[in-house]
Design a protein around this ligand. Structure first.
Ligand SMILES: Nc1ncnc2c1ncn2[C@@H]1O[C@H](COP(=O)(O)OP(=O)(O)OP(=O)(O)O)[C@@H](O)[C@H]1O
Length: 896
């Protein structure tokens, strides 16, 4: 973070008082006082947004634009920079990405109005919006395929905690109580762009959510009683009970969030759906370390490419992609909901033709949820209207496709979404769609400002005005001819610019023919041309301008009428948008299932975890690209320890596929409960309420933790929190410390998981001593990954077999990685000693020192090999090839 937007330093800024300020500067300082201190103020001046004082200094640095000066205030020059209005979005985007917030101070009246009040009066301005990372709605500021959430964390004095969150671009407004210890997992699932917290929690929030912009609010904003009042007022209800059961902490969080949204949207509050409480435990909790190590929505290196979502996403719309991301972030724990989602995927898997039809239709559905939100916030344009209408029309067509399809009885989830996107049942919406389609041109401009989006024939008044404009053009052409005849200057032209309006232009040598002659009035003399006007041209100008203005005003009226109708029907529009996203997701899931050969998992409330021929979707896809095959593997666990082991120790050589095996089983659980099919021949999964994974060591230097410390903190969290329904994946814990310490920790962790947590667990380890535990603990088993030595080479079979691994092959892997031959030889020697003796200390006591070992000469390629390498077989004639054979034979004789 550059110093410029350091939140703490932003809050400490001071602006001068308005003593002695010019009227404009006084107004600026007044607005500056109204805008939050941690936001920059964009002050609209005509075609520019100007920034002054400290705002200018920071913005100029962040945007790398010139910092200039404008006049003086209290004897000091005023720092200033500015961005053109027509390009403001691009600058805004850069500032928001750099972590800034921006208050937009707009002109609230026409400058001409202000002039009427006196020459020195200042145009009225007001803050119309505060743009913050969590409250964006513009397409070019948002990532189309991921949600943009703002969250508020309330922690009451009673110890109770809750999160509320909204996605302003979609109108989502929800909350959830947060049980102790679950905060980090909840925040990781939400991944908010901006997080509101009470002042004193700011530090905690920054640590928990390093990727979010943390916005501290005074504690009073989290008062539950005033939050309740605010919510009731906003949603016009006498009691919040009708929306569900909220804890006091949830109400506090929702209230604070609503207050902030009202503040940032300055009078045009976002259209939010009624608040909904997500019961704690409605989703599988996935701890942040697991989320990172399983590479669900991004790889450890931070890219989407190579993540689970990238491998399986076949959605064709941005809302469908966002829904998929949401499902993977919070896999469900509701058996009915999971079953219904599986039914929908199964349906689309069986009805291939219909699926293809649905996917083709959805491609033109766009992003109705975000268009709706912009329209409700008065930030939408004609394209948003049209996008909505098109999406709704596609919904209607989908219904027709289904009606024609031979499989006309889709499962409940599909049927209900079809119902949500049906226009037949909603005449108001149907009429609106039809009107928008008829009223707007096929490719309207983005903004309403310049008009030109209403289709000819829609409004007779508008057509009249436009005709007037067209006719005037013909009149201009006629006048040009008249004036040319009158003056005898055949080259005379009638032209137009914004300063003179319509004018006559003749070359300098022809000017005398018009100078002082009625009706020509001299206006301007240029180097080569002279310009004149006439009263008639003046009248025409006024007529055209007023026709143009009236036409735009009329278009705006038409837009506003349609927009208001959308707003009035926003609940059904939102339901339809949601329906389209669901249909996209279900059909995309079927598409992926077909491509990947995924099966329908059985999720129930047993303690089973039975996967036959499971695969890792990302590794498999990567291998396929290299024309290699992934070896499927079974995994059987049982929480009760009856049908299978509760805890499996996984051993095998390095590179044999242990981590892949662990990860694939965790991913299968996530996919199954996200309502998707799983890459396996069959799968039965007893509901997982919490997934813990500690795979692959990564330093957490940002939080000042070494690899080993980070690993122990995560292991501690697992041993402290995993309940009987949890699924735990542990990979090589304890390896970051001395052998004995590591082994002891791993040993104790296995015993603890087995006896205390009693949850299903996969535990990969290199400590072969641990495999003995399977004999001692009743519900602990061993599996291992096979490797074979073949002609002196180590071959990985990637096959999981019962029983522990016989040996580790670590030295062999090191050899393959290119360790010098001498080091490999030495390692083999040491290993032999260690394995033959009881204690490592005894084994090493009489080992010759390294210096005693002769460095093995590195093997060099022979002359024959060198020569062979240099040959280009295609460039040789048969004769040359024959000759070369003799040469090579000669070389072999020499080498020998
Ligand atoms: N089932 C499989 N089928 C085919 N290839 C596999 C399979 N599992 C793993 N691999 C390949 O083997 C590589 C190593 O796998 P993985 O990282 O899981 O090994 P590991 O045993 O955990 O190694 P280490 O102990 O060194 O961490 C993978 O990148 C992948 O290319």
């Amino acid at each position: 973070m550059s110093e410029a937007q350091d939140p703490k330093r932003m809050m400490e800024r001071a602006f001068p008082t308005s003593d002695g300020a010019t009227p404009m500067m006084a107004q600026f300082l007044e607005l500056r006082g109204q805008a939050p201190l941690d936001a920059l103020l964009f002050y609209r001046m005509g075609d520019f947004y100007e920034l002054f004082f400290d705002d200018a200094v920071r913005a100029a640095e962040a945007l790398d634009i010139a910092l200039t000066k404008r006049g003086e205030h209290q004897g000091e020059p005023i720092p200033m920079c500015g961005v053109p209005v027509h390009n403001a979005q691009a600058y805004l985007s850069r500032l928001i990405k750099a972590g800034f917030k921006v208050a937009v101070g707009e002109q609230m009246e026409d400058p001409a109005e202000a002039k009427k009040r006196g020459a020195k009066s200042v145009v009225k301005r007001a803050i119309t919006r505060i743009v913050t990372p969590g409250t964006l709605t513009e397409d070019d500021l948002l990532d189309a395929r991921s949600a943009n959430r703002i969250a508020a964390l309330a922690r009451l004095a009673t110890g109770e905690a809750a999160l509320a969150w909204a996605d302003v671009s979609e109108g989502v407004f929800q909350s959830s109580a947060v049980p102790e210890g679950a905060l980090e997992a909840e925040l990781a699932a939400l991944n908010p762009a901006e997080l509101l917290v009470a002042d004193e929690d700011a530090r905690l929030a920054s640590a928990l959510c390093p990727a979010s912009t943390v916005t501290p609010r005074v504690r009073a904003k989290f008062d539950a009683a005033s939050g309740e009042r605010r919510l009731k007022q906003r949603f016009e209800v006498a009691s919040l009970d009708s929306f569900g059961d909220f804890t006091r902490a949830e109400i506090a969080a929702l209230g604070c969030l609503l207050d902030y949204l009202e503040l940032t949207q300055a009078g045009a509050p976002a259209k939010l759906s009624a608040p909904r409480s997500m019961a704690a435990g409605a989703a599988m909790a996935i701890d942040p370390a697991a989320r990172v190590s399983l590479e669900i929505d991004r790889t450890m290196a931070g890219s989407r490419k190579g993540s689970l979502i990238d491998a399986i996403d076949r959605t064709v719309t941005a809302p469908g992609a966002r829904l998929l991301a949401e499902r993977l972030a919070r896999p469900s724990t509701d058996l009915d909901a999971i079953g219904a989602r599986h039914d929908a995927v199964a349906f689309f898997l069986e009805t291939r033709e219909l699926r293809e039809q649905v996917r083709a239709r959805l491609k033109s559905a766009g992003d109705p949820a975000r268009a709706l939100s912009r329209l409700c916030l008065n930030r939408g344009g004609p394209r948003d209207l049209l996008q909505l209408a098109r999406a709704l029309r596609e919904g209607e067509r989908l219904n027709a496709d289904f009606a024609r399809s031979p499989r006309s009885r889709p499962p409940v989830l599909v049927a209900s979404q079809l119902e949500a996107v049906s226009l037949a049942a909603r005449p108001g919406l149907a009429a609106l769609v039809q009107d928008v389609e008829r009223a707007l041109v096929d490719e309207p401009p983005l903004l309403t400002r310049d008009g030109g989006f209403v289709r000819p024939g829609w409004a007779p008044g508008l057509d009249e005005l436009r005709k007037l404009k067209d006719e005037s053009r013909r009149v201009v052409a006629g006048l040009q001819k008249t004036y040319a005849d009158q003056s005898g200057v055949a080259s005379l032209k009638v032209k137009h610019n914004n300063v003179l309006g319509y004018f006559i232009e003749v070359s300098a040598k022809n000017a005398d023919a018009l100078m002082g002659v009625e009706p020509f009035i001299h206006r301007q003399t240029m180097a080569n041309a002279v310009r004149f006007s006439t009263p008639e041209l003046g009248e025409l100008e006024a007529k055209i301008a007023s026709a143009g203005e009236r036409a735009i005003a009329l278009e705006l009226e038409i837009f506003e009428e349609l927009r208001a109708r959308v707003e009035a029907l926003s609940d059904s529009v939102r339901a339809a948008a949601q329906g389209l996203a669901e249909l996209d997701l279900a059909s995309a899931a079927a598409q992926w299932a077909e491509e990947a050969g995924a099966c329908r998992p059985r999720v129930d409330d047993s303690g089973a975890f039975e996967i036959e021929a499971g695969r890792h979707p990302v590794v498999e896809a990567a291998l396929r690209r290299q024309a290699e095959r992934f070896t499927p593997n079974a995994c059987r666990l049982d929480a009760s320890g009856e049908a299978a082991a509760r805890l499996l120790l996984v051993t095998g050589p390095n590179m044999a596929g242990k981590s892949t095996f662990l990860r694939q089983n965790a991913l299968i659980a996530i996919l199954a409960q996200a309502g998707l099919f799983v890459p396996a021949a069959s799968a039965r999964i007893g509901l997982v309420d919490r997934l813990f994974s500690r795979v692959g060591a990564a330093d957490d230097l940002a939080r000042g933790r070494s690899t080993f410390m980070a690993e122990m903190i995560e292991t501690a969290a697992i041993l402290n929190q995993a309940g009987p329904r949890a699924l735990v994946i542990l990979d090589e814990i304890g390896r970051g410390t001395s052998t004995y310490d590591g082994l002891s920790i791993a040993w104790a962790a296995v015993e603890h998981l087995h006896a205390v947590n009693r949850c299903r667990a996969l535990f990969a380890t290199h400590y072969h001593e641990l495999t003995r535990l399977a004999d001692e603990l009743e519900a602990c088993g061993n599996v291992s990954l096979k490797a074979r030595e073949w002609k002196g080479e180590l071959v990985f079979l990637h096959e999981v077999q019962p029983g522990p691994a016989d040996r580790s092959y670590g030295v062999e892997v090191a050899r393959r990685a290119g360790l010098p031959a001498a080091a490999v030889k030495r390692a083999k020697e040491i290993l032999k000693r260690l394995e033959s003796d009881d204690t490592p200390a005894a084994a090493l006591s009489d080992l010759p020192l390294f210096s005693a070992v002769q460095a093995e000469p590195e093997s060099r390629p022979s002359a024959v090999e060198e020569r062979l390498k240099a040959i280009d077989p295609d460039g040789l004639s048969p004769r040359e090839a024959h000759e070369l054979l003799y040469v090579l034979k000669g070389l072999v004789a020499k080498d020998g």
